[in-house]
Design a protein around this ligand. Structure first.
Ligand code: IVH
Length: 686
């Protein structure tokens, strides 16, 4: 090969930079587009893995060219170092509130009044959901998001610009180029119910207090001094009002929303234009029926006069506009009485105080019990038997006691105290922070029942047909004394149980047999380790790849994982130290339970490189760096750009650089291209 042809393909550095710059710009646009499809349109077009790859590529390019990092880059949505306090900002226009109505008759009267004042025979309205989050002001200058604030007192709010920037549904730059020079919007920041539940699960797994409802979770997440914290919270935003805009204004509210949507802003999807007030009432009715099926919380609909000139003519009262109303749904809060406080014992032995209530209807559902969470909560709210309380039901969230309503002159019993013995098995009760738990473990039928139900659940061993009733019978008859006993059951035993015949017992035994092959994360879930929920189980499986590695790990090793704090690692270590737990795990294995190493969401085979991490240095002859990355990621490995002690392999191509030195220094295994190929081929074939 001639010398010059070897080098003629290598572009000069300025050309490389130009190519990288182009790629970087293209990546930013692609990611913005996919953020828009995912968060605003709710219609993603690529997989999460694909998205992550684009994102990582952009990150790497930005790392290489720090001068090309712009504030509107998708990577800059990660938050910034914490502030001492949130600054105050005056709103450009007062942020008003809305008059609330609940009775359709009042809404008809509103329509009559408006017709009179406007001297109009017919008024058209735009109706939208009334989102239950927190209201924010959003300012765009020349199409760029420059400032955002909470409502505050309506005149001055808190500056939450950097926190809002982390919300992916919020465009940092408006689309198309026909946006106004200056635009001030109002919108609502909120949390979807599924994200709220997942967040609360993560919080409690970590030992943090859960949020009472999605609105508190959204407010708490947005009003953070540390915007990196906001970035980690699943917030969304919807824009529903133009507060100010330079240039010509659309003539109706409906058109305003359409315009916002064209600029890539999220607007209420459920909006409807109504020609008559009857259509408004119908929208309210239909939306209320849908309320429990919506992915987010709403507490009514907002009715707005559509014509902007009419809005201006009507103007405002002191705190609310005359041209819009909140047409609310019946409250999900109600007042009732505490008849008794009971204790329930969960699968991990935690004792939970439960308020037994005088039955009351809250938002269409009769409620007779509400969780009191833990002893601290009971003390904080000072709840005692006989108290009058306000109960609250938020979405599909289990009812909770919002507050006690003091009644003057009432004689109250002594404060509530947690029992010293388990109400089910009489074992001693121990205390851990705010939590009390029964020390009886497998001796406690409540714990054993809970443990078996949990073991059999979909998220764990997924044993079809092993419901609550069957579990109770198995335990009450002494057939199951620990998890492994499930795999010792035979037909003769099952036939003795109530409701079991030939066929049902065969089916159950088959389901039990099928459950013997289980992915690592579901195996971990099934064990019911305190503080280890689905998310942590997944993290552990991904991080360690095998049960043996997890059982061998110590506190420090667990704590080195980002998602795992001291309490979870303590819980893991003490679980695996306990002889009886190790014995059950051994027996499960002996009885034929086989644990599959972690799976990727796309593939159905075990991922042979899971838990491994790769660093590439130098060029590869057989494929591009990007292809190599995809290859190893598909097999479950991670790719990182710098070598550390955690790196499993450094793959060296031609002209390997400093990373090779670093790998040698740290004793990381080095693979040349041929060895790398062999590893990949071997992993793919298995
Ligand atoms: S319009 C001048 N539209 O409801 C009109 N408000 O007291 C400004 N809200 O604090 C509000 N969804 O946070 C409007 N589609 C919607 C809304 C909405 C929720 C909130 C807003 C305000 C409260 C009314």
């Amino acid at each position: 090969m001639r010398q010059d042809s070897l080098f003629s393909d290598v572009p000069p550095p300025s050309k490389i930079r130009q190519a990288d710059e182009n790629r970087l710009a293209a990546l930013k646009n692609q990611i913005r587009h996919h953020d828009y499809l995912y968060y605003v349109k709710d219609r993603p077009e690529i997989s999460d893995g694909e998205y992550d790859r684009l994102f990582r590529e952009l990150l790497e390019l930005e790392l290489k060219y720090p001068d090309l990092v712009t504030s509107d880059s998708p990577t800059q949505r990660v938050g910034a170092p914490p502030l001492d306090e949130l600054g105050k900002v005056p709103h450009e226009r007062p942020m008003l509130s809305l008059d609330s109505l609940m009775d359709p008759v009042e809404v008809l009267a509103f329509d009559q009044r408006m017709k009179r004042e406007l001297e109009a025979e017919q008024i058209d309205y735009t109706v939208e959901p009334k989102f239950d989050g927190l209201s924010v002001e959003l300012v765009y200058d020349h199409g760029t998001f420059v400032r955002g604030a909470t409502r505050g007192d309506g005149t001055i709010g808190e500056d939450v610009t950097i926190n809002l920037r982390t919300i992916r549904a919020l465009p940092l730059q408006l689309q198309t180029d026909r946006y106004p020079e200056h635009l001030v919007l109002r919108g609502e920041v909120y949390m979807r119910l599924s994200d709220f539940h997942a967040l609360n699960r993560r919080m409690t797994e970590r030992g943090d207090d859960a949020f009472a409802n999605p609105r508190n979770a959204a407010a708490g997440s947005l009003r953070q001094l540390d915007s990196r914290m906001t970035a980690s919270r699943p917030l969304v935003v919807t824009c529903y009002e133009v507060m100010a805009m330079s240039g010509p204004l659309p003539s109706t509210h409906w058109d305003e929303l359409e315009r916002l949507a064209e600029w890539g802003l999220p607007v209420p999807m459920l909006r409807r234009r109504c020609d008559t007030i009857d259509q408004v009432l119908a929208f309210h009715r239909e939306t209320q029926e849908q309320r429990d099926n919506l992915p987010y919380e709403i507490d009514g609909v907002v009715v707005k006069i559509n014509r902007v000139d009419w809005q201006s003519r009507l103007g405002m009262k002191s705190r609310s506009p005359r041209w819009a109303i909140a047409f609310k749904f019946p409250p999900r809060k109600e007042i009732t009485e505490i008849q008794d406080i009971a204790i329930s014992v969960g699968r991990t032995g935690t004792l939970t105080p439960l308020a037994l209530l005088k039955p009351v209807e809250v938002g269409g559902v009769t409620i007779s019990r509400a969780t009191l969470h833990n002893a601290d909560e009971v003390a904080r709210k000072d709840i005692r038997v006989g108290d009058t309380v306000r109960v609250e039901r938020a979405g599909d969230v289990i009812p909770a006691i919002a507050e006690r309503i003091p009644i003057s002159g009432q004689i109250r019993p002594e404060p509530f105290l947690m029992p010293q013995h388990c109400p089910i098995c009489e074992s001693a009760v121990a205390r851990e922070g705010a939590y009390y738990y029964c020390t009886g473990q497998a001796v406690c039928p409540a714990q054993l029942k809970g443990a078996i139900e949990h073991f059999a659940s979909k998220m764990a061993f997924n044993i079809d047909g092993l419901g609550k009733k069957t579990v109770a019978q198995l335990i009450d008859q002494g057939l199951v004394k620990d998890l492994s006993d499930l795999y010792r059951l035979n037909q003769e035993q099952l036939l003795k149980l109530e409701g079991f015949a030939e066929r049902s017992s065969t089916l159950l035994l088959e389901a039990i047999a099928r459950s013997k092959t289980v992915p690592l994360e579901r195996f971990l879930m099934g064990l019911g380790i305190r503080q280890v929920g689905q998310h942590i189980a997944k993290v552990l499986a991904r991080e360690f790849g095998s049960l043996d590695a997890i059982m061998a790990a110590d506190r420090d090793r667990f704590q080195a994982i980002r998602e795992i704090g001291p309490e979870i690692s303590e819980s893991l270590v003490s679980y695996f130290q306990e002889q009886s737990n190790r014995r059950v795990i051994d027996q499960l294995k002996q009885l034929g339970v086989s644990i599959m190493e972690q799976r990727s969401p796309q593939s159905h085979g075990p991922l042979l490189l899971s838990g491994k991490s790769f660093v590439f240095t130098g060029g590869l002859a057989s494929c591009s760096r990007e292809e190599a990355k995809v290859l190893v990621e598909q097999l479950g490995a991670m790719v990182s750009s710098s070598v550390s002690k955690k790196t499993t392999y450094v793959v060296t191509g031609s002209e390997a650089g400093a990373k090779l030195e670093q790998a040698r220094k740290l004793g990381v295994q080095i693979l040349d291209e041929e060895e790398f190929r062999k590893l990949i081929d071997a992993s793919e074939q298995r």
